[in-house]
Design a protein around this ligand. Structure first.
Ligand SMILES: [Zn+2]
Ligand SMILES: [Zn+2]
Length: 341
């Protein structure tokens, strides 16, 4: 996309709280261990708010947001053997690790205490091209469209990876709380994973869509208590909490069965209160899960291609990134915004 031109177009956040700005930037040259990805699509995620609002500590501005990047390798820096020009690749939240901290020494690169984050600590994918560390890339299967693949690099890997790291087995009751950008993918993965799948939403008008994504049951949390509703179904083995609402998480813990867990993937701004008596009585837990590393992303893409799982998206040209972000931030988008440079 950017080949033949010495500059690229990119969308920057000039400073915390300031509106997006479409700018021209020099075509970036990949350094040692990096590739330049010509961006074909970049998803818009709730976590972009870290950069937009400046809530993540120590961000330097201007910063190009975006951590759901899909494109092709345009140029390869020194020391990169595993990827070649033309390779179809994706990059997600995880942008690099230090290889030397305690989690890294144990191979837990996703838990690196000094990890980089695309679109937050380094520039991301709201641009015609971006630099990516080779070790965090995921190969994108040819059968996935770039626009469909982009949201799988965060919303997809987060829900898929969280679910596959629970103890749930086929047939177990898995509830997905929230039918939005993450939730509509979580429902598809839960269904494809063989779970009895429940959608929990405060928007009854989403029932038909939720059932289309694979929900066997729909709980309208605006008119019934979600904890009681899940107990009527036998008690949830897993609740995948995708809606960033502390009250919603508090209210659904009572729906857990024995050894159940709430896996929190949508992060509320406020602390979450939990009814400890129910946790103790059922030996259940509330835990968190954050996306994954490059190979986790590739697993997500491969499984999605295998089972025909795609997000439902609204696409926006790069120049309309602000509108794409606004649709996401207000919860109006059905179900994920994607910008296309
Ligand atoms: Zn994200
Ligand atoms: Zn590290």
């Amino acid at each position: 996309m950017s080949s033949g031109s010495e500059t690229i177009r990119a969308v920057e956040v000039p400073a915390p709280g300031e509106p997006f700005e479409l700018v021209e930037r020099p075509l970036p040259d990949p350094g040692r261990g990096e590739v330049r990805v010509g961006v074909e699509a970049c998803g818009v995620c709730h976590s972009d708010a870290n950069t937009v609002d400046g809530t993540y500590p120590g961000i330097s501005y201007p910063r190009v947001p975006g951590h759901e990047v899909v494109g092709r390798v345009e140029a390869v820096g020194p020391g990169v053997d595993a990827w070649s020009v033309g390779d179809r690749v994706g990059a997600g939240w995880h942008a690099g690790h230090c290889f030397t901290c305690e989690p890294c020494r144990r191979g837990e690169f996703q838990q690196c205490v000094d990890a980089d984050i695309h679109g937050v600590t380094v520039d991301g994918g709201y641009a015609e091209a971006t630099l990516v560390n080779a070790e965090v890339l995921a190969a994108v299967p040819e059968e996935l469209d770039a626009v469909d693949a982009a949201p799988l690099l965060c919303a997809g890997v987060t829900t898929y990876n969280a679910l596959r790291h629970t103890d749930a087995r086929p047939g177990d009751l898995v509830a997905v709380q929230g039918v939005g950008g993450l939730g509509h993918l979580g429902l598809q993965y839960a269904r494809a994973g063989g779970f009895e799948t429940v959608a929990v939403s405060t928007s009854p008008e989403k029932e038909a869509a939720a059932r289309g994504f694979g929900a066997d049951h729909f709980v309208d949390a605006s008119s019934e208590d979600p904890g009681e509703a899940l107990q009527k179904l036998g008690g949830a083995d897993v609740v995948l909490a995708t809606a960033p609402s502390a009250d919603a998480i508090t209210g659904i813990v009572a729906g857990l069965g024995t050894d159940g867990e709430v896996a929190v993937v949508g992060v509320p701004d406020e602390p979450v209160e939990v009814p400890a008596g129910h946790l103790v009585g059922t030996r259940s837990a509330v835990r968190g899960w954050a996306s994954g590393h490059g190979r986790d992303s590739q697993d997500t893409l491969e499984f999605s291609a295998l089972r025909g799982i795609t997000p439902e998206v609204e696409t926006f040209p790069l120049a309309e990134a602000a509108a794409a972000y606004e649709r996401m931030a207000t919860g109006e988008v059905r179900f994920r915004s994607v910008v296309v440079p």
